[in-house]
Design a protein around this ligand. Structure first.
Ligand code: RTP
Ligand code: MG
Length: 148
């Protein structure tokens, strides 16, 4: 079963959106595999966003993601990587459709509430960066029979 890495960014935590965001993925039918409130070190931030290190906004991005706690999560389900990206909406909230997380709660591209892996390779890389093996929980939910 596919897994993805999702993270409520510091703005989402400060604005009390953890519950709302977790709730959307729960109600959709995905299964929570791991979740924790944590601070991101500068080193972890630079590694996580390494693909953007030559971009002009890289410094701001690292400063922002380390500016307060984040809520890091692993979610599992069929096509969860692409579906979670759809549920998040476009990177820039001004282009994000109403009904998406960024469309409903964000205004500017810098503070766009949530991060989600953009491919199977980045999901695997990011889950490995943020979660130890023992922090991921294997369990069966009877409810899955009503979804899949
Ligand atoms: P994320 O990685 O955070 O899930 O966002 P994303 O895939 O939708 O967008 P990505 O291209 O990976 O960009 C990472 C984050 O960098 C910030 N950004 N700022 N000032 C700018 O033009 C600009 N462009 C991107 C955004 O906060 C974006 O989420
Ligand atoms: Mg990205």
């Amino acid at each position: 079963m596919e897994r993805t890495f999702l993270m409520v960014k510091p703005d989402g935590v400060q604005r009390n959106l953890i519950g709302e965001i977790v709730s959307r993925f729960e109600k959709k039918g995905f299964q929570l595999v791991g979740g924790k409130l944590m601070s991101i070190s500068k080193e972890l931030a630079e590694e996580h966003y390494g693909e953007h290190k030559e971009r002009p906004f890289f410094g701001e991005l690292v400063d922002f993601i380390t500016s307060g706690p984040v809520f890091a999560m692993v979610w599992e389900g069929e096509n969860v990587i692409a579906t979670a990206r759809q549920m998040m909406g476009s990177t820039n909230p001004k282009d994000a459709a109403p009904g998406t997380i960024r469309g409903d709660f964000g205004i500017t591209v810098g503070k766009n509430v949530i991060h989600g892996s953009d491919s199977p390779a980045s999901a695997e890389r990011e889950i490995g960066l943020f979660f130890k093996e023992e922090e991921k929980v294997e369990y069966n939910k009877l409810m899955n029979e009503w979804i899949n």
